[in-house]
Design a protein around this ligand. Structure first.
Ligand code: G3P
Length: 218
């Protein structure tokens, strides 16, 4: 399972990259705004900086909601760096744009996916990644992990090449559950990734090993 970090914060991206397990980055307009990145040129520069920090795919989201606008914006984003994946919302013109980009050989990430039917459309359009938002489904008392499991099963049944990128991950247990149901990729905040490290028995076990060593060796 690939690990993407879901942020536009450069320090957090560097920290995840330093850990050695990072496969890519996802951003969205809200995450860019959170970092105070505004203006077309600054936004483009920020994407390029992210691409220089990491080795894998970097999702950059279009703002347009019409087909022509998405094509123009997506081509401009893709021209910034070979690692850019064009992130496109699950709307009618978005599906048409994904089809266009997949035929042209561009990488795409279909975002704001909340149902198996939407994931089926994204795969048929040739999306590289589909992003079901599990945390936002959990927020409305719907099982986000169950949706990941259903999409994985459906894609496997038909042999679709679209990778299931579990997004809107809120905590460490979401990552573990995504791994159990076969998600291809998770994108998560840094604290959820770092949470995988933690176990009290690791801490107490290490403390005892070091204490025993120092008893004899000073
Ligand atoms: O990748 C999509 C993700 O950023 C949405 O997360 O926490 O805003 O639902 P959240």
């Amino acid at each position: 399972m690939k690990f993407f970090i879901d942020t536009a914060n450069l320090e957090q991206i560097k920290e995840a990259q330093d850990l050695g397990v990072l496969d890519g980055v996802t951003t969205n307009p809200s995450l860019m705004a959170k970092e105070g990145i505004k203006g077309e040129e600054n936004i483009k520069k920020h994407y390029q900086t992210i691409c220089e920090i990491v080795e894998g795919d970097v999702s950059a989201e279009v703002i347009s909601t019409d087909y022509e606008g998405m094509i123009k914006e997506g081509e401009e984003l893709a021209a910034l760096h070979p690692q850019i994946t064009i992130k496109i919302p699950m709307i009618k013109d978005g599906i048409k744009a994904i089809k266009y980009f997949s035929e042209k050989g561009y990488k795409t990430n279909c975002t704001l996916v909340f149902s198996v039917g939407q994931a089926l459309l994204a795969a048929k359009a040739g999306a590289t990644y589909v992003s079901p938002f599990i945390g936002r489904l959990d927020d409305i008392s719907t099982d986000g992990i169950e949706l990941i499991a259903q999409i994985v099963e459906m894609y496997n049944y038909y042999g679709y090449g679209t990778q299931v990128l579990a997004a809107s991950i809120r905590h460490t247990q979401h990552i573990v559950k995504c791994a159990e149901v076969g998600a291809d990729v998770i994108t998560a905040p840094l604290n959820a990734i770092m949470g995988l490290l933690k176990h009290p028995l690791t801490d107490s076990g290490l403390e005892k090993f070091l204490a025993d060593y120092h008893k004899l060796n000073g």
